[in-house]
Write a new protein. Structure first.
Lengths: 451, 483, 127
């Protein structure tokens, strides 16, 4: 068998072995010893041609069923300009690695610089990094950063209304360490800040909240930052960055750290990954931000250029004293977001966010007229809302009926929380991408089931 | 050659993208409740306002200022910059994968789950482990996950005194950083004169406070730890576990398995060994693989194949929980699966064999003119030292690296591992042909000639790039991190 | 050869302490600054906090290195050298005048236990 990814001919191998001074390739592996060298090939299938692989994958792909997604919960089906895929697929972007050698990576470094700038602009904060794995891991990094910023602090307070999966990931982070996750309770679907002050004991480093929250509701953070800052604690706000086109920004709420996932800005659903975590912080926290950071400087001839900077924070220098271990991030996904935002501009972002708002409210308004379902809380939301069914059987029938129409009607909250008490709650997400016809199709099917 | 920031090309009113008008019934948008004033954003963000062609030219020009594997050889040691097959890109762009939501009903995502399940089976076979999880998004994230499982395992056993993780001095920086983030104390293990784990140093450090020893094998010098079975027995004898950093698996896949070496848990870098593209620094994928002992501690949810198809298993009582938002970097895993399908059992073995052949060939050639302190026989990578040159006329590894850029090559990794002074770490991978290696050697020798003739010229290199050496001190002292 | 100041005492972590009345000035030794190279940033500790001996109290960074400052004697941080904020290179220029911070209520016994200049010179020779 010939492997197109391995260019060696028999003649090449002979010449190379001779140059090395060994008789065979096996001799190069002699350090492994007979105890470790496998006698047989590993038990996986034989190689296939490109065409065979394509056919096999085609048949696997057929087992994925697409529908019109009214699904959200951290992953949304937004419109993406054609520029995003076309430009992010340029081979040198795809096949480069971290821009360690600045002189031959200026394009990548500049693109990251533009990404950082856009994240700063959108969150209103001063400094952003080159990306993190995803929104959940951005929360972990924010927790670590807050702990490291306050001497002797061990506890991170987290609102009960953050995405259940983010809470899971934070709990994993705390497992087996000296860190604790404390919970700020919710009231009627949003964080209950009346209880905040009494939870702020000396061990608390800071608070993480999320808006839109796990139910899609927008939260009011009036005076939250002040309460925390008075005690030397920090505020982290997690937000869908597209929502920040219309809702108050983390900086406007006085947050020290803004985090989230840029999936809504140019990334496909992709079964949940890769997406792209973002983080922005105030100037005071600049030297504590985790991960890669690109800065502008000048070269030896005075020309402007970009380079990785503030590297003394990072694992390859600080090793066990680093507060984060991140090395590779989600650079190509961050590039997709940069291209997306470059194409949209602020006007486009506001348009997408506003249309999502309008369409979600249109669907919610009409669903609320139907018997057997209610909008749980009368609170402001953006593009996603919680619908409460009064009966499990009707809910199943509703989901089935809509699926028959090719509609994925929403995500059951219990899918995320694994709690039976959440089984009757359906989270419905509507983006600007959902056409009027799709909305009417949804409503018609809903009316048939819920009459 | 420099490209302005896109924001500087902005002109109010230009658009690169138009949305369809909102087509709700007349009157509804007027009746729509406004977002309450106190929740409404006050200050607009400054984003580019340009035409579509401006966007296209901007990013196309930027891409011309980047060197990737598709542009030329990229022998960056420890990073396995091999060729990323186009088939993988093609398949990862299929809408039947890109347009699937992670929370769709399980009956509608059997294709994705089949990819993940079968990939885990293949990775289990290749590593000699029982099972794994695809949730970690990168190598360091895999280390974090693996160490978290080790922590949970000892917590479960009530051995909470096991707070130390032993790590050789030659290890990647992520190893000690990950151990510290998980809450372990890091203890360094010395290397012996051959560049291998110093067993004399290791032995007294092993006791009932040790949770694990983290090893890369072959190590970062490209040397195979020949005493691995002895080391494994020593660690297990005191009740510790053995962690395998899979960064260098490209040297041995199909030839030997970490499982046979006695490792209990490992992470892989799909973006290294399994040919998925590095994307300018990610997204990667860092699956963790475990033996039976640690299997109950894998992240949730697990995937299981039942009579009615693939299902998620959320019920693992001992699981450490989730480590990423959804199921990991699925599209990266998909590319790795395509690579394995394409190569098959013989192909992955051939990949390692030729990676080792190429590294030894390059070492034999380059070693004629520069020292390779830990011997010329390597596995998939080797580390040369510019120490002599530095003493002779001040030329550093950095100078050689920067001058190689003028020759059109991405330089090797420099100043790592710390064991070697003025280190240059070469990893050619199996993708390069003998002619390609020969051309690289010629270029490297031209650089060495220059270094002997005109060391000052190297101090100013590179000379033929859009920018020269950048003022890194200024970048740190006066940080300019955004427009 | 690194310079050894005769009027201070040293820790094995290469910090120096100079007592002036009720104040203990803390800085890094010439050996430490030379190892780091051009210093680009100093993280100063919060004023008013008490630190024990051996506690990590601040960080001094060059472009490619970061060195933890290990508090050499217990005390309360009463002042920090704010000049270092804009001009960290002052440490490279004269590390024995460019202190990092000042401790009050410090532990005299721990000071007495630090290396005197002679002992520090001997210690450096063993490295």
């Amino acid at each position: 068998m010939i492997y197109p990814y391995i260019p060696h001919t028999d003649e090449d191998r002979r010449a190379m072995l001779k140059a090395i001074g060994v008789a065979s390739i096996d001799e190069l592996f002699s350090d492994l010893g007979a105890d470790l060298l496998l006698e047989d090939s590993v038990p996986i299938s034989h190689g296939r041609t490109e065409d065979e692989v394509q056919r096999m994958i085609d048949s696997i792909a057929q087992r994925n069923i697409r529908g019109i997604p009214f699904l959200g919960c951290g992953c949304y089906d937004h419109i993406t300009p054609a520029t995003v895929k076309a430009l992010s697929s340029l081979p040198s972007f795809v096949t480069a690695y971290t821009p360690y050698q600045a002189e031959m990576s200026q394009g990548l470094l500049q693109a990251i610089f533009e990404f950082q700038s856009m994240v700063c602009e959108i969150t209103g904060l001063d400094v952003a990094n080159a990306s993190l794995y995803d929104g959940a891991n951005a929360a972990v990094e924010a927790a670590s950063l807050m702990i490291a910023s306050k001497r002797k602090a061990t506890t991170i307070l987290v609102s009960e209304t953050i995405h259940p999966f983010v809470l899971n990931v934070l709990r994993t982070w705390a497992l087996g360490t000296a860190h604790t996750i404390g919970l700020l309770p919710q009231i009627n679907g949003t964080a209950d800040f009346d209880q905040l002050s009494e939870l702020l004991d000396d061990e608390v480093a800071g608070l993480i909240v999320q808006s839109p929250n796990r139910y899609g509701l927008l939260e009011d953070y009036t005076s939250v930052a002040e309460t925390l800052h008075q005690k030397g604690m920090l505020l982290t706000i997690s937000a869908d960055p597209l929502s920040l086109a219309i809702q108050r920004s983390p900086a406007e709420w006085g947050a020290d750290i803004a985090i989230g996932d840029t999936q809504a800005l140019g990334l496909p659903l992709a079964f949940g990954g890769p997406s792209c975590g973002y983080m922005a912080v105030t100037k005071a926290l600049m030297r504590r931000i985790p991960g890669r950071v690109v800065g502008a400087t000048v070269d030896n001839a005075g020309r402007r250029g970009y380079t990785l900077t503030l590297q003394a924070r990072e694992q390859h220098i600080k090793r066990e004293r680093a507060t984060s271990n991140i090395c590779s991030n989600q650079a190509l996904a961050a590039l997709m977001t940069t291209i997306h935002l470059s194409s949209l501009g602020w006007g486009g972002m506001v348009e997408a966010a506003s249309q999502s708002y309008a369409k979600a409210h249109y669907l919610a308004y009409h669903l609320a007229q139907l018997p057997g379902v209610t909008l749980i809380w009368d609170k402001p939301f953006w593009c996603e809302f919680p619908l409460l069914f009064n009966d499990a059987k009707r809910m199943r029938k509703f989901l089935q009926e809509l699926r028959n129409e090719g509609i994925f009607a929403g995500v059951r909250l219990s899918t995320l929380t694994r709690k039976s008490s959440d089984e009757l709650v359906l989270l419905v997400a509507v983006t600007e991408k959902r056409s009027r016809e799709e909305l009417e199709l949804y409503l018609a099917a809903a009316r048939r089931v819920l009459k | 050659m420099s490209e302005p920031l896109l924001i500087d090309l902005s002109k109010r009113g230009r658009k690169a993208y138009c949305y369809p008008p909102l087509d709700l019934p007349r009157g509804f948008d007027q009746a729509l409740p406004d977002l309450p004033e106190h929740l409404t954003r006050q200050k607009p963000a400054r984003l580019p306002e340009v035409a579509e062609l401006d966007v296209v030219r901007h990013f196309t020009r930027l891409s011309n200022l980047v060197h990737g594997v598709d542009n030329g050889m990229y022998p960056l040691g420890s990073c396995t910059m091999k060729y990323n097959p186009k088939l993988g890109e093609h398949i990862a762009a299929m809408e039947q994968f890109t347009h699937i939501h992670p929370l769709q009903d399980i009956s509608t995502v059997q294709g994705c789950l089949s990819v993940m399940y079968n990939l885990l089976e293949d990775l289990s076979s290749i590593t000699g482990m029982s099972w794994g999880s695809l949730q970690p998004c990168a190598g360091a994230h895999g280390e974090y996950t693996g160490l978290k499982m080790i922590s949970a395992y000892f917590l479960e056993k009530g051995e909470t005194q096991r707070r130390r993780v032993l790590i050789p001095v030659s290890a990647h920086g992520t190893n000690p950083a990950s151990a510290a983030v998980v809450g372990f104390d890091v203890v360094e293990v010395k290397s012996n004169k051959d560049g291998l784990v110093d067993i004399e140093d290791l032995a007294p450090k092993l006791d009932e406070t040790v949770a694990a020893l983290m090893l890369t094998n072959p190590n970062t010098l490209g040397l195979f730890e020949k005493e691995i079975l002895t080391i494994s027995e020593m660690v297990h004898d005191v009740g510790g576990l053995l962690y395998y950093d899979g960064a260098n698996l490209n040297a041995i896949m199909g030839m030997a398995t970490p499982g046979d070496m006695g490792f209990d848990v490992l992470h892989l870098n799909l973006h290294k060994t399994f040919s998925t593209p590095h994307g300018g620094g990610g997204p990667g994928s860092g699956p963790v693989m475990v033996n039976d002992r640690l299997r109950p501690f894998l992240p949730k949810p697990d995937i299981e194949l039942t009579d009615s198809g693939y299902v998620y298993r959320w019920d693992g009582e001992q699981s450490i929980g989730k480590v990423s938002m959804f199921w990991g970097n699925f599209l990266v895993a998909l590319r790795a699966y395509v690579y394995i399908l394409r190569m098959g059992s013989e192909g992955i073995k051939a990949a390692s064999q030729h990676a080792v052949l190429n590294a030894n060939y390059l070492a034999a050639k380059i070693g004629e003119r520069i020292a390779i302190p830990y011997g010329k026989r390597a596995m998939h990578e080797f580390v040369a030292s510019a120490k002599a040159l530095r003493h002779e006329n001040g030329t550093t590894a950095q100078d050689l690296a920067k001058t190689l850029i003028d020759e059109g090559y991405h330089p090797p990794t420099v100043y790592f591992p710390l064991l070697v002074e003025e280190a240059l770490m070469f990893e050619p991978t199996e993708s390069e042909s003998v002619e390609s290696l020969d051309r690289f050697v010629e270029a490297f020798f031209r650089v060495l000639d220059l270094a002997e003739r005109d060391p000052e010229y190297l101090k100013e290199a590179p000379h033929h790039t859009p920018v020269g050496r950048l003022d890194e001190v200024r970048a740190v002292k006066e940080p300019e991190l955004r427009y | 050869m690194s310079t050894i100041n005769e009027h201070v005492r040293y820790s094995q972590d290469h910090e120096w302490v100079r007592i002036e009345g009720k104040k203990a000035y803390v800085g890094i030794s010439d050996h430490a600054q030379a190892e780091l190279g051009e210093i680009v940033y100093v993280e100063l500790p919060p004023v008013g906090e008490r630190y024990e001996q051996g506690e990590e109290i601040s960080t001094v960074e060059s472009v490619k290195a970061a060195s933890a400052i290990i508090n050499p004697i217990a005390g309360v941080v009463s002042e920090v050298n704010e000049q270092l904020d804009g001009s960290p290179e002052l440490i490279n220029e004269d590390c024995y005048t460019a202190h990092l911070y000042v401790l009050s209520d410090f532990d005299q016994g721990q000071y007495d236990g630090l290396l005197d200049p002679q002992a520090y010179a001997t210690f450096l020779a063993t490295l």
